[in-house]
Design a protein around this ligand. Sequence first.
Ligand SMILES: Cc1ncc(COP(=O)(O)O)c(C=O)c1O
Length: 375
Amino acid sequence: MKHAGYRREGIGSRFPLDLPALLGPARDEFRWRDDRCVALETGRAAIGWLIDALGLGPGDRALLPAYVCEAAVAPFRLRGVDLDFYRVGANLVPDGEDATSRLTPRTRLLMVVHYFGFPASREALSGMPEAENLVRLEDWVQGPLSAGALADESFGDYRVLAWHKILPVPDSGLLIRGAGVPPPPHSPPLRAPRAAFFGRRLVAKSLKALAVKITGGAPRGLYRPLFDAAESAAGAGAPVRMSRFSRRLIERLPLGAIVRRRRENFRRLADALSDLPSLTLLRSDLPEGVCPLGLPVRLPDRDRVLARLVAARIYPPVHWALPAEVDPAAFPEEAALAAEELTLPVDQRYGAEEMDFIAGQLREALAREGQGGAL
Ligand SMILES: Cc1ncc(COP(=O)(O)O)c(C=O)c1O
């Protein structure tokens, strides 16, 4: 298998720090609504802060989609809030009837996830339960640059966003309170960014930027342990605020151009893979306003294909290993999807050449696994 020699640091790995952007002029393409926003360390810190601000804890329940990640569940678990799950099926459409049937008198929060940056349809959202004292939280962590994440109108009382999955920022999380929603009763104070998360990620990203610049490649052993240590510190303790460093960077990055590049890459890669019988594109259309996290696909032999891609230094994340609270027997469609999903990189660091390289390597990997990709 060929290596991505022109990008020895690999395709789809973590973003190095973008120093030129940090030193450039402010573009202010992102509008901060300070009166209704709380900026935090991560998406999970934002969810945790909301749980605390609403005063939820043991004895309360939250209703989440059955296709969800460990990081979104952790803030509830940490605070002793019990969890129920509703079906979204293989197409990731929230099932309002199922969600309604799982409401209990103790259910205080309903979460909807907008997967991969694509908004859940209005029709699906209109079928979701409503109840007095039920707070609705929309999770846009995978699509903070999609139009719906910041739209004036929203389905939820609150929205949670984070940028560090799609931008080169060390820390980021944002909780937005909807227009007309009264402030939560207990708004906890926010402490300064933590060395254990922000500090480690800042150093790791700087090391990576330096290594890529000097060697053209990136000795992963240098910075990877720092990224891993930061990840294991995420979500611990009381939520802290986002750094001014990341805010400054977000204000200076060319967000519009980033969205356009991601959309171009998504289209090119989706077209290049559309004829493969053993691969299903989870999203093939790209509606107006969507900023895709990646190109999510479904592959029966995912783990073996993934190993081949990694050998070619292509690093597509898996979304997700489902948390222990989701019973695979009760949610077989979501469990099957979790076992087969792979999110191919389409980010702004790359262009047509890398998309064609990914498509070529994927075809080769499928052919070698006997899954019909022509070489
Ligand atoms: C849908 C969703 N919600 C919440 C989170 C938690 O975000 P963070 O990693 O910023 O804490 C994630 C993280 O992967 C996510 O994918």
